[in-house]
Design a binder for this molecule. Structure first.
Ligand code: ATP
Ligand code: MG
Length: 185
């Protein structure tokens, strides 16, 4: 496989937060993953809320194997009508996802670790803020850690190097247009 120059200088990673109510948080993280894979680096994405990743990206990620590993750790949407799982089940799943994220980040294998929807899980109090801040603090310098999800905690924002807030300006959903294949899923 042809990749970008392997002789490039050593690279340090960043803590990146993609938050806000506009579309583009997870897809921004996936774009960053594609860029990193261009250097033949390995990327791991841990999904904190099952069901937020769509068929398009799940299949796309498979095509980037073995450089892209996806771990579905969450237990589904929290508090949805008809949802039968207790908060404790969601909490246990979120804690497990955080533990997996920590292991992957410290494994030495991955240059990018994406914690998808972790901000949302934190805002629902499925995780302890101090545990998330601890994870950020022990990040090996070469690893880029990406935390996505709306309502990022102020302390997480302060701990990050790069924060982008997606601002909704227009979304076809407002006109009742259903999700679009290849764009939304
Ligand atoms: P994407 O995965 O497209 O980058 P996201 O990660 O920013 O979106 P999520 O909160 O994870 O947003 O929601 C994912 C789904 O919700 C996508 O289908 C997306 O199009 C849709 N969505 C995101 N933002 C909005 C919005 N402001 N209004 C309506 N639908 C939205
Ligand atoms: Mg998302």
């Amino acid at each position: 496989m042809s990749t970008c120059s392997a002789a490039s200088p050593p690279t340090h990673g960043l803590v990146i937060v993609y938050t806000g109510g506009g579309k583009g948080k997870t897809t921004a993280a996936l774009g960053l993953a594609v860029r990193a894979i261009g250097y033949d680096w390995h990327v791991c994405m841990v999904q904190f809320v099952k069901g937020t990743l769509r068929s398009g990206e799940i299949e796309g990620i498979k095509r980037l194997a073995p450089n892209f590993e996806l771990i579905v750790a969450g237990e589904g949407f929290v508090g949805v009508p008809g949802g039968k799982k207790s908060l404790e089940v969601h909490r246990a799943a979120a804690r497990r996802a955080l533990e997996i994220g920590r292991e992957k980040m410290l494994s030495g294998k991955f240059r990018v670790v994406i914690l998808d929807e972790i901000n949302y899980a934190l805002s629902l109090a499925l995780l302890e803020l101090k545990d998330v801040l601890d994870l950020i603090r022990i990040r090996p310098p070469q690893v880029t850690l990406v935390l996505t999800g709306n309502n990022a905690d102020q302390k997480v924002i302060e701990a990050a190097d790069l924060v982008t807030e997606m601002k909704p300006v227009k979304h076809p959903f407002e006109k009742g247009v259903p999700a679009v294949r290849g764009v939304d899923y």
